[in-house]
Design a protein around this ligand. Structure first.
Ligand code: NAG
Ligand code: NAG
Ligand code: NAG
Ligand code: NAG
Ligand code: NAG
Length: 307
């Protein structure tokens, strides 16, 4: 006890000398549950929204993958936001395939909304997995909206990368340090480390295949890279069912299937099918379309042993 408190005051003194953030408090509830505070980030399952920016309540909006906006998704318990970025008039936007098809607005507006949520909810850890199909520059196009929105100040920078699944800090440590946003990018960040909080995704996170049209979601490791073993990665199940639109070869996500796809039984079956690739562990991220339909959060709570 005494040794611990001396250690803490020495640590606090060192932290203040270095100008780092000195923890104000110890979080007693993390992402809504006391049990999660002492759990490593790498050992938690998070609910995710695929194409989180692509929301529309118009049933004819074929490029939409969500019905509800970002604050509503976060209110439903979503803690992984996935989105695809394109350069539009020299500014980074979140768009689906092309900004002509679905323009979800600027990345800065999007991140500012998320920052509002994080300010109002200081005990929440949040992850982004963004895709960068046009290989937009990290320093010129990605960093500015992160800085302007305030998210950069909350973003976690690991001491070195890649981080093994078992080496991530606990949710309580992330929250206490004020660095409670994890940012992964699918492309560009592996060769360019000039923005240290933008982390390369595939050396640390693998994914199941996407554009799946088989409702039993056969599991395989679709995208992975780097020196870490498969089971030392985090992993994400891409749990959205797609349909071949009138046999045209155009693959869209069908909202009519969502209540079945987003049921607890369908999600748990997909997770069970993947555990063999992960030393028996549950997925870290369950990525859903139409996240306001079905019971995604119930499934995630069960995977976390909280139900
Ligand atoms: C977390 O661990 C710390 C020290 O290891 C302990 O003091 C604390 O009670 C634990 N908290 C919970 C919620 O289990
Ligand atoms: C966390 O660890 C427990 C116990 O080993 C395991 O059952 C669970 O699947 C793990 N979850 C994740 C996301 O790693
Ligand atoms: C992406 O851009 C970076 C510089 O910003 C460059 O080093 C890298 O080779 C590019 N990668 C691809 C696949 O175009
Ligand atoms: C769907 O996946 C299941 C489970 O892996 C497999 O048995 C079945 O053959 C697949 N169906 C098609 C049409 O590929
Ligand atoms: C069908 C589906 O959800 N696919 C997505 C899987 O995840 C990757 C990236 O994280 C997306 O690019 C796919 O669109």
């Amino acid at each position: 006890m005494r040794a611990a408190s001396i250690f803490l005051s020495v640590a606090a003194a060192i932290a203040s000398v270095k100008g780092a953030i000195v923890p104000q408090r110890r979080a007693d509830v993390c992402n809504g549950h006391a049990e999660l505070c002492n759990r490593s980030y790498g050992n938690v399952t998070f609910l995710g929204a695929h194409d989180s920016f692509a929301f529309s309540d118009d049933p004819l909006a074929l490029s939409a993958d969500q019905r509800v906006d970002i604050p509503t998704q976060l209110g439903l318990g979503v803690r992984l936001l996935q989105a695809q970025a394109h350069v539009n008039d020299g500014v980074l936007h979140f768009c689906h395939t092309s900004c002509l098809l679905f323009d979800g607005g600027s990345v800065e507006d999007y991140l500012t909304k998320v920052h509002d949520f994080l300010t109002a909810n200081p005990n929440e850890v949040l992850t982004f997995i963004f895709t960068n199909p046009e290989n937009a520059s990290l320093t010129e196009l990605w960093d500015p909206p992160f800085q302007a929105s305030g998210i950069a100040d909350l973003a976690y920078v690991p001491p070195s990368i890649p981080v093994k699944q078992s080496d991530w800090p606990t949710l309580g440590e992330l929250i206490d340090s004020g660095k409670r946003v994890i940012v992964f990018l699918d492309k560009g960040a592996d060769t360019d480390r000039s923005v240290p909080y933008i982390l390369p995704e595939f050396p640390m996170v693998w994914e199941t295949p996407f554009s799946v049209t088989n409702a039993s979601f056969p599991c395989s490791v679709d995208r992975i890279s780097g020196p870490l073993a498969t089971e030392d990665h985090l992993y994400m199940i891409n749990h959205s069912l797609n349909k071949n639109l009138f046999d045209t070869g155009i693959i869209i996500s069908d909202p009519l299937d969502a209540s079945k796809t987003n049921s607890v039984s369908s999600i748990l079956a997909n997770a069970a099918g993947c555990q063999g690739f992960a030393a028996g562990r549950a997925p870290n991220f369950v990525l859903l379309d139409w996240v306001n339909t079905g019971h995604g959060l119930d499934a995630v709570n069960q995977l976390n042993g909280l139900a």
